[in-house]
Design a protein around this ligand. Sequence first.
Ligand code: AP5
Length: 218
Amino acid sequence: MKTNIILMGPPGAGKGTQAKLIIQEFNLPHISTGDMFREAMKNATPLGLKAKSYIDQGHLVPDDVTIGIVEERLAQDDCKGGFLLDGFPRTIPQAEALDKMMAKMHRKIDLVIDVETPKEELIRRISGRRVCKSCGAPYHVDTMKPKVDGVCDICGGPLMQRKDDNVEALEVRLNHYEHETKPLLDYYKEAGNLVTLDGSKGKDLLFVEVKELIRGER
Ligand code: AP5
């Protein structure tokens, strides 16, 4: 089984949705830099206040800040048996820093799953996304509705729209993805551990492929 895993893809590709399924099935710690920043913003910590000015407008949080929080998180005990990185790395300097962290721990990334989804579908998903205010679980107003309107199926928390889920911020996020994150696909292709999946499939069909990859069955 692959245990040191990165989930990549543009905003709205379905990384968070697959991540929730993966951690339930494989019991890996979910390290989402976006979730970590949103938690810090909710608690108005110094990290949250700093990140907010970038995130609300769709910009990337500076590398030094992002690398620092991931390094601290990966050093925790629950990551010893593996981890699922979601939304990190997003730039070449972040990928290089991650390689150094892995080398220090005598480990290596064994699978990079890239979920690719067409732009029109990303816009549709992001504009209709609702997330749980308490646990962050994602829903969609048309295609992934909760059982009870406005209420999270998992924890019963209220659903809300993310502040960066608007057309202006999405354009900025897609632009960062195109110019800063996409070059990482070549970086991991060269490393030999990149697999690209079609994210326009339904979440359950996509998860069948994701499971096979993690189990090393394909
Ligand atoms: P982050 O939280 O990582 O956001 P993102 O990458 O923009 O991705 P999203 O959360 O928007 O989408 P997703 O792919 O998880 O899709 P989801 O599953 O929710 O980062 C937020 C911000 O933090 C960044 O913009 C940046 O500012 C900062 N940041 C984070 N990491 C950073 C880093 N490393 N460096 C610098 N800055 C960083 O699905 C979307 C919608 O589609 C949902 O409504 C869902 O229900 C629906 N859906 C999902 N899958 C399917 C499917 N298969 N079929 C139909 N609908 C689906």
